[in-house]
Design a protein around this ligand. Structure first.
Ligand SMILES: [Zn+2]
Length: 292
C-alpha cells in the first residue's frame, strides 16, 4: 500500500476504564472480544479511587444527567455497588487493584495510557480545584501507572474530555507524546503547548444509543479517513458487548485497518495539522460540555 494511502481507512479504539467494575469485569471481556477479532486497542486507565457513587449527587444538581442515567440504564450498566462507591461504601482503587489485568492488557499487545487518578472528582470538581490539586492528581496517577507498568505514560486522555487552560499549561511539563483529551472532529495541535491531539471523533453508544448507534457510526465511516472510536470498559465490555461486536464486524467489512493511538500518532503529518485552542461544547447525549 503506498504510504499516502495508509491513513485512508484507519480506526483506533480508545477504551476508557472509569470504574472498579469496568476494570474487573469489562476489561477481560473486551480483551476477549478484541483478541478474537485480532484488534489492538489503546486502554486509558483510571488508576486510583472509584468514587462513582458521587455521581448520585449529580442527579440532584443536573437534570440532563438524570435523563442520561435513565436512557442508558446506568444502574444496569455499572451495577448497584458502583453507584455507592465514594458515598456509603469506601472508594476501591481501580487499576491498582488489578495488576494482573494490567499485565494481561500489555501481554496481548495493546497500548496502555493514563486516563485518571480519581476520574469522578476530576469531572465534577476540576473547575473548583487549585493548580496544586491538579498537579497532585497527575503525580499520583502517573506514579501508580509507573508502578503497574514499569514506565511513565506517553499520553493522557482527560476524564470526560474535560480540560481547562491550567491543565493544558501543567501538562506541558509532562512532555506527553500526544493527548486524547477532546471530541474534536479531527486531530490538531494544541495552541501554545504544541502537543498533538488525537481526538475521539466518533460518538459512543452511551450518547447515541445502541439501536441507532451502529448505523450512525458506520455512516460516518463511509467516507474513509482516520477515526477514533471511544469505548467504555463498563459499557461495551458489559451489557452492550453484543452490539459492540456487531459494530466492529461492520467496521471490518468496510475495510478499515485497526491501529493503536500511538500508531495513529505516527501516521499524522504533524506539520500539516491545524494549531488552535480547544473549546468547550455540549455534545448531543452528554450531560456536561466536552473539549472539542
Ligand atoms: Zn473516562
Amino acid at each position: 500500500m503506498p504510504s499516502d494511502d495508509r491513513s485512508k481507512k484507519v480506526l483506533g479504539i480508545k477504551v476508557d476504564v472509569d470504574t472498579y467494575h469496568g476494570m474487573k469485569n469489562g476489561v477481560p471481556r473486551l480483551l476477549n472480544i478484541l483478541g478474537k477479532h485480532d484488534i489492538k486497542a489503546t486502554f486509558f486507565l483510571s488508576i486510583g479511587p472509584d468514587a462513582s457513587g458521587r455521581a448520585i449527587l449529580q442527579l440532584i444538581k443536573n437534570p440532563r444527567f438524570l435523563k442520561k442515567m435513565v436512557r442508558t440504564n446506568a444502574v444496569g450498566l455499572y451495577g448497584l455497588r458502583t453507584a455507592l462507591y465514594g458515598t456509603v461504601l469506601p472508594s476501591p482503587m481501580i487499576a491498582l487493584s488489578f495488576p494482573e489485568i494490567v499485565q494481561e492488557i500489555l501481554s496481548e499487545g495493546h497500548e496502555i495510557q493514563f486516563h485518571a487518578w480519581d476520574h469522578r472528582r476530576w469531572q465534577d470538581e476540576l473547575h473548583t480545584r487549585s493548580r496544586d490539586w491538579i498537579r497532585d492528581w497527575l503525580e499520583k496517577g502517573i506514579r501508580g501507572f509507573a508502578e503497574l507498568t514499569g514506565q511513565k505514560p506517553s499520553a493522557f486522555g482527560a476524564p470526560a474530555w474535560v480540560i481547562d487552560d491550567r491543565v493544558m499549561e501543567i501538562l506541558v511539563d509532562y512532555r506527553f507524546d500526544y493527548l486524547s483529551c477532546t471530541r474534536a472532529k479531527k486531530p490538531f495541535i494544541h495552541e501554545k503547548t504544541g502537543v498533538v491531539e488525537i481526538p475521539s471523533d466518533l460518538p459512543c453508544f452511551e450518547e447515541v444509543g445502541v439501536s441507532e448507534g451502529i448505523s450512525i457510526i458506520t455512516s460516518i465511516l463511509k467516507d474513509g479517513g482516520l477515526h477514533v472510536l471511544p469505548v467504555h470498559a463498563e459499557v461495551e465490555g458489559g451489557i452492550w458487548g453484543g452490539p459492540f461486536i456487531e459494530l466492529i464486524e461492520q467496521i471490518k467489512k468496510a475495510d478499515y485497518r485497526f491501529a493503536t493511538l500511538s500508531e495513529i500518532r505516527k501516521l499524522l503529518p504533524a506539520n500539516e495539522l491545524t494549531v488552535r485552542k480547544y473549546r468547550m461544547e455540549l455534545l448531543p447525549g452528554r450531560s456536561v460540555p466536552c473539549a472539542v
